[in-house]
Write a protein that binds this ligand. Structure first.
Ligand code: FES
Ligand code: FE2
Length: 351
């Protein structure tokens, strides 16, 4: 089923890849859009406007009011279950349909603004992009947030591409060179199932954890859904810590992405399992403190590591085929899997 043909088919990024792969992309975190609020985001070469109705429904719409063209991200307000344009008070529902005018007259039937397919789950507001306007044919699986902390996050704007940043998950070679991880082991072979790719590693991270403890051995299970959403389940057995990391590259335009990372940690009930010394204090005191600082500490570690990639990502190009070597990891299989997210055959890339 085709929703609507978009007009900007397959522009090329300077990386040599089609700029906008099909799939789900994060536009905001749930906590950034409380009921009654409006946000504007740059997405795929245009603005989109997010609003949340008073009852809590999220909508993502094109920015320009079909009446006389005001930008709905500026000076608009949420009125009940609609967004109200500031210019002549036309109101649009979550489907982008004009349901009233500021004059109390009948809304023009053609006064409709495009509403994007949207999902809100796992603390994220995700929007679906498809170059040919197809409706979603897969979803990011919902997670049970029970027993986990609220998300904390960081975001950067980078010259890069979702396929390039996501390729990090399978680029085993760079883990020791760029990130200085030791003893990187693949715990299971990469598996691909439709839009989902899964890979598991164990590694030793010599950098201090939470600014205190030097060196931690961690296990990572990375679930990649499309090129805009990766969930990394981390276990640090030594401290009995489990965390969920989200890595979320979203195209701004043909050259730039917003890279969001977010962390949620499993709530610690028995602090002595994290460190025996914590058992010397009453759990009623240490557990809340630990649960307050842990997500931020894990986020800082992730932010530290992901920033080590930035200079390389921002200046690299995409070679196809690449000249691979033993020790690279399953880069070729990742790239074959990634082809499904492009509507066109892959164009000839830089040789
Ligand atoms: S331009 Fe939006 S109501 Fe007139
Ligand atoms: Fe990396």
């Amino acid at each position: 089923m085709v929703m609507e043909t978009r007009t900007r088919l397959h522009p090329l990024s300077s990386k040599g890849l089609p700029a906008y792969p099909n799939g789900w992309y994060a536009l905001a975190f749930t906590a950034e859009l409380p009921p009654g609020s409006v946000l504007t985001r740059a997405f795929m070469g245009q603005d989109v406007v997010l609003f949340r109705t008073r009852s809590g429904v999220v909508s993502v719409i094109d920015p320009y009011c079909p009446h006389l063209g005001a930008h709905l991200g500026y000076a608009s307000t949420v009125e009940g279950e609609t967004i109200r344009c500031p210019f002549h008070y036309f109101c649009f529902d979550v489907n982008g349909v004009c349901v009233s005018t500021g004059y109390g007259t009948k809304p023009p039937p053609k006064a409709v603004v495009r509403a994007w397919p949207v999902r809100e789950q796992n603390g994220l507001i995700l929007v679906w992009y498809h170059a040919e306007g197809r409706v979603p044919d897969w979803d990011v699986p919902p997670l049970d947030a029970g027993g986990y902390s609220p998300l904390v996050w960081r975001a950067w704007e980078l010259n890069s591409h979702p396929q390039e940043t996501t390729e990090n998950s399978v680029d085993i070679g760079h883990l020791s060179i760029v990130h200085h991880y030791d003893d990187v082991q693949m715990l299971s072979d990469l598996t691909c199932a439709g839009p989902c790719l899964t890979v598991r590693y164990a590694m030793f991270r010599p950098a201090p954890f939470a600014g205190l403890v030097r060196g931690t051995r961690s296990q990572f299970t990375i679930h990649v859904y499309g090129l805009g959403y990766s969930l990394v389940e981390v276990e640090i057995p030594r401290f009995n810590i489990q965390a969920r990391l989200f890595v979320l590259p979203t195209p701004i335009d043909v050259e730039r992405i917003t890279l969001r990372i977010a962390v949620s940690t499993r709530i610690v009930r028995r602090p002595r399992e994290v460190h025996p010394l914590l058992g010397l204090l009453p759990a009623g005191l240490t557990a809340p403190l630990l649960n307050r600082i842990l997500p931020g500490a894990v986020l800082n570690g992730l932010a530290h590591d992901v920033q080590q990639d930035f200079e390389i990502w921002q200046h690299k190009v995409y070679f196809s085929p690449p000249i691979l070597a033993e020790g690279d990891g399953p880069v070729g299989r990742y790239r074959y899997w990634a082809k499904q997210f492009y509507s066109d055959p892959m164009p000839p890339a830089l040789e």
